[in-house]
Design a protein around this ligand. Structure first.
Ligand SMILES: O=C[C@H](O)COP(=O)(O)O
Length: 249
């Protein structure tokens, strides 16, 4: 099963997200895409809207971009896993590098959020990845393995966990598209260490319809996590179609 998803990050009004969801519903169909598990992660404001448009039986999973580890309480500005689930999320993105960089997310808070997500039966999508400096000195594998180990420390059943390897140097408008061989080492290490214990390891960072096929061919890559190139529905559908072909091989 190839997991193919997108996060809207901080884009789209509820109306825009609903329109996207309607076109996604049409593109994916009622029975889904064989061998492919699509997911979409809107802003918190649009989770319920997107879920409603996709419908309860949809083959597309809806997620939240973040959730707090506490079930409720005085945490102004946060939403809990329970609230995300109540809005229709079945997956929670945790530890994206933008949250680590700008909002103080650490390996310790990531670990708390993974536990909270599992406690409530949602799927954690744990994002890891090294910065350009670590990549330049050849420390990517150690860095990423340490991040995953910290996130999943002490959890006996990690079988529903998704890991997204997203090198920071490859993400966003200032990111650089990786050559497949630049991500092979980390994916190989993740596959050896975690391949039997997690649901899948995804790759993310400057994925687009032109490089999706080559990135999916990297051993150990079990899906793609896409930002910009999927914000237009045609881009997401093109990547889903590439994944469908890859899954059929
Ligand atoms: O959440 C997705 C990743 O941060 C990748 O973003 P990007 O595809 O725009 O580089």
């Amino acid at each position: 099963m190839l997991w193919i998803g997108t996060s809207f990050k901080m884009t789209k009004t509820r109306g825009e997200a609903a329109e996207y969801a309607a076109r996604l519903r049409h593109g994916v169909g009622r029975s889904g895409i064989p061998g492919v598990q699509p997911f979409v992660i809107p802003s918190a404001t649009a989770i319920a809207e997107v879920g409603a448009v996709l419908g309860i039986e949809s083959p597309v999973l809806v997620g939240a971009q973040n959730a707090h580890w506490a079930d409720s309480g005085a945490w102004t500005g946060e939403i809990s896993v329970l609230q995300a689930a109540d809005a229709g999320a079945r997956l929670v993105e945790i530890g994206h590098s933008e949250r680590r960089e700008h909002f103080g997310e650490t390996d310790a808070t990531v670990a708390l959020k993974v536990r909270a997500t599992l406690r409530h039966g949602l799927i954690p999508l744990v994002c890891v990845g090294e910065g350009a400096d670590v990549f330049a000195r050849g420390g990517s594998v150690d860095h990423v393995l340490a991040q995953v180990a910290a996130a999943l420390d002490g959890i006996t059943d990690t079988s529903s966990v998704l890991v997204a390897y997203e090198p920071v140097w490859a993400i966003g408008e200032h990111g650089r598209e990786p050559r497949p061989e630049e991500i092979e080492g980390v994916h190989d290490a993740l596959r050896r260490e975690w391949g039997d214990r997690v649901a899948a390891v995804l790759y993310g960072g400057s994925v687009n319809p032109s490089n999706a096929k080559a990135l999916l061919e990297v051993p150990g890559v079990g899906g793609l996590f896409v930002g910009r190139a999927a914000w237009d529905i045609s881009g997401f559908l093109a990547i889903l179609s590439t994944a469908a072909e890859a899954a059929a091989v």
